[in-house]
Write a protein that binds this ligand. Structure first.
Ligand code: EPU
Length: 301
């Protein structure tokens, strides 16, 4: 959203072992590090956070496994994926900082199907797995075969899909940090995957403000039984809140579940608007919306 304050420490590990070392170094000094992926689903409060943030920006690699046992090391990668190189193995290994658009692009070039449902979704793989990113055409956990995680005690290990319980917008990994994943896709052709990706992207652009500064959908969709089948966006619209502003923050006139930064919004504007929308939707419809975006509080001034 391009709002929010600063952190005292920002660590930028360049490979999975550095990520683990950074995480453990912070924990040993009494910090519980916050992990910053693409920031696509995050509102950071204004002010100073006197803690440690670990950014996954440099952990961008995506490559093909060399054998049945996944090797996440930088050396095993050999080379990054050479697009269009045919292979009978429909798996990819990606580190947590691989961006969603780059994965969609790589899978398309290789003619591997699965990532189309994430066309137009911003952010990094790690955040996507932690939050179970997706939409009406599917979600990221449909492709996860195995996820490599760091436990709160600093140990790193692999969790097979069968041991995980992802839910709607929640990867179910708790406090664990996602290092990377083995993704299993479905063999197809580049042109088929490209056509589907384009179709989904156009569909998304029609209904969502994808090019503006936002944190994606602000609220989770409520249980349809409680909301008379209305999505969060529809409830916001029915409450007459589209276009409502606070400072430079505005409820998207296109889609009620997006709050946009028109340029100079502060986190205080955005968080104030979220509270206002939640309260007005509750009083109009009786539905208490649950916030989907992550909110990082600063330290009290
Ligand atoms: N609608 C309105 N007014 C609005 C917005 C939506 O009437 O202002 C109606 C639409 O016309 C449609 C229904 O509500 O009939 C659902 O809208 P949409 O298709 O836009 O989907 P959504 O349920 O609002 C979900 C995900 C999105 C994902 C889309 C498309 C959540 C909270 N949102 O939105 O995910 O992109 O489906 O697959 O689950 C995100 O999580 O950040 C996100 C953007």
């Amino acid at each position: 959203m391009r709002v929010g304050g600063r952190a005292l420490w920002l660590l930028e590990p360049a490979d999975p072992n550095e990520l683990r070392a950074a995480y453990s170094a912070a924990r040993e000094r009494g910090f519980v590090p916050r992990i910053l992926g693409g920031g696509a689903n995050l509102v950071i409060e204004d002010g100073l956070y006197r803690g440690v943030v670990i950014a996954t920006d440099r952990l961008k690699r995506c490559f093909r496994p060399l054998g049945p046992v996944p090797d996440f090391s930088p050396h095993a990668a050999g080379a990054q994926v050479a697009p269009a190189e045919p292979s009978s193995d429909p798996r990819l290994i990606a580190w947590c900082g691989a961006t969603m658009p780059s994965l969609v692009q790589t899978a398309t070039a290789l003619g591997l199907s699965g990532f189309e449902c994430l066309a137009g979704v911003p952010g990094h793989l790690g955040g996507g797995i932690a939050m179970n990113a997706g939409g009406r055409h599917g979600e990221i956990w449909n492709m996860v075969e195995l996820v490599r995680v760091i436990e709160p005690d600093g140990t790193m290990h692999d969790l097979p899909r069968a041991e995980c319980t992802p839910r709607y917008r929640n990867g179910g990994l708790g406090e664990r940090v996602v290092v990377g994943a083995v993704l299993r896709l479905v063999p197809s052709t580049p042109s088929e995957v490209r056509d589907r990706t384009r179709e989904y992207l156009l569909e998304k652009r029609r209904v969502q403000p994808v090019t503006e500064w936002s944190a994606g959908c602000v609220f989770k969709n409520p249980d349809p039984a409680r909301s008379n089948g209305c999505s969060a966006g529809k409830l916001v619209e029915l409450a007459g809140l589209k276009g409502r502003t606070r400072g430079d923050a505005i409820v998207s006139p296109l889609h009620g579940n997006f709050i946009l930064n028109r340029g100079a919004a502060t986190a205080t504007d955005v968080l104030g608007l979220i509270d206002e929308v939640r309260a007005e939707v509750a009083s109009r419809s009786g539905v208490e919306l649950e916030v989907e975006v992550k909110i990082w509080r600063a330290d009290p001034a």
